[in-house]
Design a protein around this ligand. Structure first.
Ligand code: FMN
Length: 181
């Protein structure tokens, strides 16, 4: 059976919610899907298809995600791989997706990874979801408050990646049913 691993790094829970939606779309292909945090120290060798994502803090992925990529780089080089980043920059600067991707480029190049795709998604800027220090930093940075998660974009990207990974055929429709949070 086809097995898909979605690894997510989060602090506030935002990236977890997005990873779960991505996993739900991947499961529509009939694959078995596990959605896990890198703290679980999950070994990717038993999986055929891998997606790794992280929330952003000050233009960087969470350390747990970069550490996991580094530890498992050799296996990840041999499998279909996709990355995703969750951030707020695009709220004010929707044209900066490539810049967000570039924040992880040096590590991806150093590890010799060749992701098929790197999705960039809007997250949330909700003070109650963050520590006081984090909320203050966000406020100082001028980020807007709100939940900017775009489920249609996340669904669309997940279907695209499932097709790029040859998990789904070109005729699979984009699901638009329940599961939207
Ligand atoms: C302290 C702090 C720094 C952040 N820095 C950035 C940043 O540099 N660029 C960006 O686009 N978003 C930034 N964000 C926004 C987060 O990436 C966004 O809130 C995301 O939804 C967090 O998801 P997570 O908790 O799952 O990582 C920052 C948020 C906080 C709290």
């Amino acid at each position: 059976m086809k097995k898909v691993l979605v690894v997510y790094a989060t602090k506030s829970g935002c990236t977890q919610s997005i990873a779960e939606r991505i996993g739900a779309v991947m499961a529509q292909s009939g694959a078995q899907v596990d959605v896990l945090s890198p703290e679980k120290a999950v070994d990717p060798s038993g999986y055929g298809y891998i997606l790794v994502g992280s929330g952003i803090r000050i233009a960087q992925w969470h350390r747990s995600a970069t550490a996991w990529l580094t530890t498992h780089a050799e296996i990840l080089r041999s499998k279909p791989l996709a990355l995703f980043s969750v951030c707020l920059t695009l709220v004010k600067h929707p044209e900066q997706a490539e810049e967000v991707r570039s924040w992880i480029h040096p590590l991806v190049a150093e590890l010799g990874l060749e992701p098929l795709n790197h999705g960039v998604f809007l997250g949330w800027g909700m003070p109650e979801k963050f520590s006081l220090v984090e909320s203050t930093l966000m406020w100082a940075h001028g980020d807007r408050c709100g939940d900017f998660r775009d489920w249609a974009a996340i669904n669309e990207w997940s279907h695209l990646v499932a097709r790029e990974m040859a998990l789904m055929g070109p005729t699979n429709e984009i699901a638009d049913g329940p599961g939207h949070h």
